[in-house]
Design a protein around this ligand. Structure first.
Ligand code: B3K
Ligand code: ZN
Length: 884
């Protein structure tokens, strides 16, 4: 908890550390009611900071200092200063050794940062600033050290003792305890430190590197989960191969370990050689994990593995540079997933996510640049902007340089900075130097917050046979009130003729350049003119979503239908469908607001009918195209979001589509369920595609309320062999009018899976997201369920996160009951786990999107949180910025 006024930390104040830590020797003695940490730090004055011996200020929080010695001389209380967050000592020489012993309480650490207990095992989470809750240290990423770690614990309870690097020794003590020592040969910052002690089983495999040497791979889990590790292991081996092939990066230690823990604040953590994972991102098998969960496991395993180079070998100089490792690594994992599955579908998923959630963040009170220039609490900056927009920025670099130029740049980056802690500027510099280009203007993507708008207009001159496109950039105001300068916006485009074929592209004054190309828009207003254009074409703009901007072009609905059918770019075919749906839905929203009868533009039904009839199209694409823009996305693009009208309009459109296309939907359902019934579960793209279409189609069919659909749903629920089909059937029932069947299915499901917490998370989520009336009461009742606990972040996300984030009509109930409920929970969570509390707050921070009455209610709840007493810096920062 915060005891002093929270301080704002600025990038411009960065200074290199006064001292360095060459070696870190740690000994942990783990007990049930406390733990002891003995640290020996071999230190020296940082030569880069010049002569003189300023005081050594070590970070440390919630530590009970037992002893401190400088060069083996015990210090007494008068020889050092101690406050809530620092230990200060005065070195006597340029090189010295500092020994400290502290007592800590992992057994009561509910914040899940530092050393804590998850169930019966000990584990750690140090990024960003958790190491200071373990021992006194220079807890900053530019202080890199060689770590040796000894863990001592009771043999019987904790047979497995792990830390980073290679095992160098282990043995029993005569008091029933045992020890293990690990040595990490690579210099690393403290945030990559990890320790695990528990009664764990492991699955072991090996990977042969390109260079011929074997690496031992181990996944450690609690014994009951040993049958759910294979998918993660396969994903790990695929990731290792991919990083060798695509980036030329080999793994460097002889052992790589993953440990699954149930209580974890986020997805996973890339600690050197010892990744610690939320069990939701490791465990997967057909019966208990959905296709989405399988894909998430593959992506997160890859992401953490890729950090070994983008993050660990080359790390961040300071936390303002977080996107250096996160944006780049998200880009790497998304390309990996694209290569392993359907590239277009992966792009669609990423873009839909970015535009719904990151764009909302960029338009809200916490908006910040990809490289923020100030923060109060760094934990609040593990954001969609740093991760997802950061990844888009790296993607644009690749688009501008081409795949080969990008690889030259990444090679130079890794070679030049291996073993260093560097900045986003260093990354771009390597890209520039390897390609002989100047990216100075491009770097505005790192420093300017907010989503740029790009308005496009056209002009066709039939006499001159020229076609011009004019691009106008504009920038919404952001909380930093910084005046924005033009971005470099790579716009990939093509021009379609009347038959829907791409025409040859030739810019005035240039040679012909294929049928799809990238224009680099660099000015606030800029016109590009194409020559030899025989007839007015239809532009396909921002193909593959080549830049994270809000592009607008005045397409009419017939043109969008044409693009849906003919665009050679798969992403833009989907995008045309989304734009058509948005236009149609916005019309329905307006009708609802005017109190007139809702009338659906039949062109949407026709367009979706055509998609549904196209047997050649990848089934996952059909599924994506059938998915109407989410309520959250419709909210994001509204000036003032009318939650009830959005919900009514979307549900009306879905029902119309279901009724009018019933036979075609049903045919697709029967065909796919037929195949699923006769096929064993396989976690591969083609099977994901079949099930995704089968499932979205089933959710449409249920809107008909026909008894035959109920029967089909119950058949799927009972007879399928996998969680994807079962959970979809459950969700469809939960949102259906069939009350008795719904209740029965929920009961059967909970009874079957009561011992599997990850499956119970799904059970909570499906109910929390149900938009039927009475949502809040259902959520409150579920909080009393024995499987629910506020202490487990997965449970909080499954129930409260799903309610506030996905169940918009219920959460935004006009009486403010949803807001009050969330505020109360945030106050409770603030005391237990500040990081989770601050994350759950996000929906309340978006108050500017709503009508005056809701705004007042939401702000009142934010005020109430602010006034509630001793707030963590995490919650304080988000609430105070939201009210500013
Ligand atoms: N680097 C970690 C995130 C740590 C978050 C700390 N609050 C996971 C990842 O991005 O790979
Ligand atoms: Zn990461």
């Amino acid at each position: 908890m915060r005891t002093e006024q929270p301080q704002v930390i600025y990038l411009k104040d960065y200074q290199a550390p006064e001292y360095l830590i060459d070696e870190t020797h740690l000994t942990f003695e783990l007990f049930e009611d406390h733990s002891l940490v003995h640290a020996q730090l071999v230190m020296r004055r940082n030569p880069a900071r010049g002569a003189g011996l300023p005081p050594l200020v070590l970070d440390g929080q919630q530590l009970e200092l037992l002893s401190v010695a400088l060069d083996d001389q015990a210090l007494s209380a008068g020889d050092y200063q101690l406050d809530d967050s620092h230990l200060t000592v005065q070195p006597k020489a340029a090189t010295f050794t500092l020994d400290t012993s502290v007592k800590i309480h992992p057994e009561s650490n509910t914040a899940l940062e530092g050393l804590y207990k998850s169930g019966s095992m000990f584990c750690t989470q140090c990024e960003a600033e958790g190491f200071r809750k373990i021992t006194y240290y220079l807890d900053r990423p530019d202080v890199m050290s060689k770590f040796t770690t000894t863990v001592i614990a009771e043999q019987h309870r904790y047979p497995v003792l792990l830390s980073n690097g290679n095992p160098v020794g282990t043995g029993p003590q005569d008091d029933g305890r045992h020890w293990a020592t690990w040595e990490d040969p690579f210099m690393k910052p403290a945030y990559l430190f990890a320790l695990v002690a528990g009664d764990l089983w492991c699955v072991e495999d090996k990977f042969t590197r390109q260079s011929g040497r074997d690496v031992t791979l181990r996944i450690y889990v609690e014994p009951e989960n040993i049958d759910k590790c294979q998918h993660a292991m396969t994903s790990l081996k695929k990731s290792m191969r991919w990083d060798e092939e695509v980036y030329g990066r080999e793994y460097d230690l002889d052992i790589f370990m993953i440990v699954a823990v149930n209580d974890f604040n986020m997805g996973a953590m890339e600690n050197k050689g010892l990744n610690i994972f939320n069990s939701s991102c490791v465990l997967a098998r057909a019966e208990t994990a959905t296709d989405a969960a399988h894909q998430r496991v593959e992506a997160v395993v890859a992401h953490e593995y890729f950090h070994n180079w983008s993050g660990n070998r080359v790390t961040c100089r300071d936390w303002f540079q977080l996107s250096l490792k996160e944006g780049f690594t998200v880009f790497r994992d998304s390309e990996f997933s694209a290569d392993m599955n359907s590239r277009t579908v992966k792009r669609i998923e990423d873009v839909a996510y970015l535009r719904t959630h990151q764009f909302a963040e960029d338009a809200g009170p916490m908006a910040h640049a990809v490289r923020p220039d100030s923060f109060i609490e760094i934990s609040n900056f593990y954001t969609l902007t740093v991760y997802e927009k950061g990844s888009e920025v790296v993607r644009m670099v690749r688009t501008l340089l081409g795949a080969e130029g990008f690889r030259k740049g990444s090679d130079l980056y890794f070679e030049r900075h291996d073993g260093q802690a560097v900045t986003c500027d260093d990354f771009i510099k390597a890209m520039e130097d390897a390609n002989g280009v100047d990216l100075t203007q491009f770097k505005r993507w790192y420093s300017q917050a907010g989503t740029p708008r790009l308005a496009v207009s056209e002009h066709y001159d039939s006499a001159a046979q020229t076609y011009s496109l004019t691009f106008r950039q504009s920038y919404p105001a952001t909380p930093d009130k910084v005046e924005k300068k033009p971005f470099v916006i790579p716009v990939e485009l093509g021009l379609l003729d009347a038959q829907g074929n791409d025409i040859a592209l030739r810019l005035q004054g240039e040679a012909a350049a294929g049928t799809s190309r990238v224009l680099s828009v660099t000015e606030a207003e800029q016109t590009f003119t194409f020559v030899d254009v025989a007839a007015k074409p239809l532009p396909s703009l921002l193909r593959g979503f080549s830049a994270p901007v809000k592009l607008s072009f005045p397409y009419d609905r017939d043109q969008l239908m044409f693009l849906m059918q003919h665009d050679s770019d798969g992403f833009n075919r989907w995008e045309a469908g989304q734009q058509l749906s948005v236009q149609v839905l916005q019309e329905l929203i307006a009708q609802h607001q005017q109190g007139s009868a809702l009338v659906l533009d039949q062109r949407l039904v026709t367009a979706l009918g055509t998609v549904l009839a196209n047997e050649q199209l990848d089934q996952a694409m059909v599924a994506e195209m059938l998915s109407l823009p989410s309520e959250a996305y419709l909210t994001e693009i509204s000036e003032v979001a009318d939650v009830d009208a959005i919900h009514a309009a979307r549900e009306f459109a879905r029902k119309q589509i279901a009724d009018q296309l019933f036979d075609a939907l049903n045919a697709r359902y029967q065909a796919n369920r037929g195949v699923s019934r006769g096929t064993e579960y396989v976690a591969e793209a083609e099977h994901f595609a079949r099930r995704s279409l089968q499932n979205i189609v089933l959710s449409y069919l249920m809107l008909s309320g026909k008894p035959e659909v109920l029967a089909a749903t119950l058949e799927q629920f009972d007879a399928c062999d996998n969680m994807t089909e079962r959970l979809t059937a459950l969700a469809v029932l939960v949102n259906s009018p069939f009350e008795a069947e719904r209740g029965k299915a929920l009961e059967v499901f909970a009874e079957n899976f009561k011992d599997n917490p990850l499956v119970m998370d799904q059970w909570f989520s499906v109910q929390a997201a149900s938009t039927l009336p009475g949502g809040l009461a259902r959520v409150k009742a579920l909080m009393q369920h024995p499987a629910f606990t506020m202490k487990n972040p997965n449970k909080v996300r499954a129930l409260i996160g799903a309610f506030a984030g996905q169940n918009l009509v219920n959460f935004h109930a006009a009486d403010g009951s949803g807001y009050r409920f969330l505020a109360e929970l945030v106050i409770e969570l603030n005391a237990l786990n500040p990081q989770i509390a601050s994350r759950q707050l996000a929906p309340l921070t978006r108050w500017r999107k709503y009508d005056a009455a809701r705004q007042a209610l939401m702000k009142a709840e934010l005020e109430r949180i602010l006034a509630s007493g001793s707030l963590s810096s995490d919650v304080y920062e988000v609430v105070s910025k939201s009210l500013a």
